[in-house]
Design a protein around this ligand. Structure first.
Ligand SMILES: *Cc1c(COP(=O)(O)O)cnc(C)c1O
Length: 482
């Protein structure tokens, strides 16, 4: 039984109708539909009632039932609800292809293609020369063939879909041989054995976790073998006593026994990367003679989320005809972004200059040092004019990563601005995530580190502004707003 004072306060809670009238007089009704305001009011009144019943009687204040504060809370709610949840962030994590932050940024010219495709009608499936129905695959197929030398090409929604389609179309009801060392989980729910089951193909595991030999594959072949699948172990490495069979040897085995060979490359680099990265390229896989390769559009390629399939004309034709193809088909904005990205690859120098993912990965420590020094300088200037005195900033050598399940062990030399202030680093890091333009940094040894590897030069001022914003919030503020 609530005490007398709480009961009085509960009675004093205004009705929704009274609150709506007050909202009207404050002009809230003009900003939102009446029904939405009423919904918001109902929620905040309900919350106040719950709180009154839960808290100690001494804490039950008039504030909890005041029309003014209920209205303010409802107005805040409406404002938050009206803001997009999917928002831009500044990536100072030092991870270039950060899956949680949207993997790759598009090159501006690729984005321009998306804008056109999204705002206007297009010849998506219309053959302008013939005046008849065309195929959406045509737009990037020629480009992909030209860039890679593959005879056939197809694009689907993402690489997970590409692998599923390969397995279903080429091996449903039959056997697919995979090395035990390659039965990977890529993250979330993408696991090779699960995808295999879903596709209707039967998994035949060969070898051991660390070593699989040619003879293991050879012995596994039966009349029911449809496919030899290689999966690039893109997000981990087995080091030490380890052995995989090179894809050339799998092709040799496949040819001798009329079994197809598929290669899930994961990242799919189209340009030559430094040899020390040991990332298999699309070209090397195709040259080895595999029947089909698949890779993501938004990893090392630096384009939109997509799954790209390249291979023999006959295999690609089988993939296109499979019923799954429609379920995993690529949408027009993705196609536009991919075409824009691939056009840049026609001149590798442009690709390296214009595609953010490639530019960041190849920046080098001199460039990251220059950017970090510039950021430190901006922080000094802005901090001073904002009256922030207790922050110590310095530039430190940092180690960036490719990320996105690409090149897991590769350390990319980079630089970060490290900051110590009156606010504990972990609290500052949390406050930055809640800034109007959220900034994602990391905490290293009680310092806040802002790595410049995946930042554009034009973003440095925004980074500095966000940091100054967070420092001015003071130590207590970062807990508010949940
Ligand atoms: C990333 C990856 C996938 C999944 O690709 P998505 O584009 O994320 O669907 C599949 N296989 C490998 C080897 C990968 O690295």
């Amino acid at each position: 039984m609530p005490d007398e004072r709480v009961r009085r306060l509960l009675r004093e809670l205004p009705s929704i109708e009274e609150l709506l009238q007050a909202a009207e007089s404050r002009g809230l009704l003009g900003e939102y539909p009446r029904e939405r305001i009423a919904d918001a009011l109902r929620i905040v009144v309900e919350q106040s009632r719950d709180r009154l019943l839960r808290i100690a009687p001494a804490e039950a204040t008039e504030e909890l039932v005041a029309g003014e504060s209920l209205l303010r809370e409802a107005a805040n709610r409406l404002k938050v609800e009206s803001q997009p949840r999917l928002r831009r962030v500044l990536n100072a994590s030092g991870v270039v292809i950060h899956t949680n932050l949207g993997r790759s940024r598009l090159a501006p010219s690729a984005f321009a293609r998306v804008e056109q495709a999204a705002l206007h009608y297009s010849n998506l499936e219309y053959d302008l020369a013939a005046g008849a129905r065309g195929s959406r695959h045509d737009h990037v197929e020629g480009l992909l063939r030209g860039l890679t030398g593959a005879a056939g090409a197809m694009v689907v929604n993402n690489n997970a879909a590409a692998v599923l389609l390969m397995l279903a179309a080429l091996a449903e009801g039959r056997e697919v041989v995979v090395s035990r060392g390659q039965l990977v989980e890529i993250g979330g729910s993408f696991r090779i054995p699960d995808i295999m089951r879903l596709s209707g193909a039967r998994l035949v595991e060969v070898g051991t976790t660390n070593k699989t030999h040619f003879s293991d594959y050879e012995r596994s072949l039966t009349d029911d073998t449809a496919l030899l699948l290689r999966v690039h172990t893109s997000n981990f490495k087995v080091v030490g006593f380890a052995e995989e069979v090179p894809v050339e040897r799998l092709v040799e085995l496949g040819r001798n026994h009329q079994v197809l060979v598929a290669d899930d490359l994961g990242s799919g680099a189209l340009l030559d990367l430094p040899a020390s990265w040991k990332e298999p390229s699309v070209a090397s896989s195709l040259q080895a003679g595999v029947d089909v390769v698949s890779f993501s559009g938004d990893k090392l390629l630096g384009g939109p989320q997509a799954g790209i399939l390249l291979g023999t004309a006959e295999v690609i034709e089988r993939l296109k005809r499979h019923p799954f193809a429609r379920a995993v088909r690529v949408d027009k904005m993705t196609l536009a972004a991919l075409e824009g990205t691939l056009l840049l690859y026609q001149d590798p120098a442009s690709a390296r200059r214009e595609i953010p993912t490639l530019r960041y990965l190849e920046r080098g420590p001199q460039e990251t040092l220059r950017l970090a020094e510039r950021l430190a300088e901006l922080l000094g200037e802005l901090g001073e004019s904002a009256g922030i005195k207790d922050a110590a900033v310095c530039v430190r050598e940092s180690v960036g990563k490719a990320g996105g399940g690409s090149l897991p062990l590769l350390e990319i030399p980079s630089h970060a601005v490290a900051l110590r202030s009156g606010v504990e680093a972990s609290r500052l890091e949390a406050a930055l995530r809640r800034a109007p333009l959220p900034l994602i940094g990391r905490v290293t040894q009680d310092e806040l580190w802002l790595d410049v590897l995946a930042l554009d030069e034009e973003e440095l001022e925004e980074v500095a502004n966000t940091l100054v914003w967070a420092l001015r919030q003071g130590p207590a503020e970062d807990l508010a707003g949940d």
